[in-house]
Design a protein around this ligand. Structure first.
Ligand SMILES: O=C(O)c1ccccc1N[C@@H]1O[C@H](COP(=O)(O)O)[C@@H](O)[C@H]1O
Length: 208
């Protein structure tokens, strides 16, 4: 099975449709109000409606309240939740959908911290991101050799952070992840996807 791809931070229906047509497995919709990729709930609900039967629509949240996350899951038709802030393990449950817990990786200690989420609540996958200033979408890679430290953890791992059409094949080769995730690396400007870059990214990621 080829690596799964998530195209994150989509804000426009035409970009959503182009990503599905190009073969993405998941779309990410960003509900972090400080992100340049933030979408209002009504926009998110419309974007989620572009989902094909087997596609996933992942809501991205940063230190959001459970009440708001649950409301967005229900009103926007999210099929998974990505917690991309400082949420502790005990916060990773209660939304009725699988949870992807994201961690920003500076070094080994962050990968060890990632292990504390394995088998907890509704955590179905871990996402490892680079450690750019802020919480995500920073276009910064991390030391991919650290991913091997989770091989025995028995949890799907998504690699993110600074991926582009030019480096995603190398990232997949180096880490053999369950999936890869990209926001800034396939944009013409924040929130606006470059459709050619999206297509090239997906082709390169899935070529191995
Ligand atoms: O994209 C954002 O603006 C964002 C904001 C806050 C939390 C997460 C965000 N996106 C996630 O960040 C990583 C890496 O993004 P990039 O490819 O390096 O730009 C990715 O997992 C996005 O889902």
């Amino acid at each position: 099975m080829s690596v799964r791809v998530k195209i994150c931070g989509v804000t426009r229906p035409e970009d959503a449709r182009a990503a599905w047509d190009a073969g993405t497995d998941a779309l990410g919709l960003n509900f972090y109000p400080r992100s340049p990729r933030y979408v209002e709930p009504a926009t998110a609900a419309a974007l989620a409606k572009t989902r094909p039967a087997l596609g996933a629509v992942v809501g991205v949240f940063v230190n959001e309240t459970p009440v708001t996350i649950l409301a967005r899951v229900r009103e926007c038709g999210l099929t998974a939740v990505q917690l991309h802030g400082d949420e502790p393990p005990e916060a990773c449950t209660g939304y009725g959908v699988p949870i992807i817990k994201a961690l920003r990786v500076r070094g080994e200690e962050d990968v060890e911290r990632a292990r504390t989420y394995v088998g907890v609540g509704d955590v179905a996958a871990l996402l490892l991101d680079g450690a750019a200033p802020g919480y995500g979408g920073g276009g910064v890679t991390f030391d991919w050799s650290l991913v091997a430290r989770l091989t025995d953890a028995g949890v799907p791992v998504l690699v993110a952070g600074g991926l582009t059409p030019a480096n995603v094949a190398e990232a997949v080769r180096a880490t053999r992840p369950y999936g890869v995730d990209v926001a800034s690396g396939v944009e013409s400007r924040p929130g606006i996807k470059d459709v050619d870059a999206v297509r090239t990214f997906i082709r390169a990621a899935k070529a191995l």
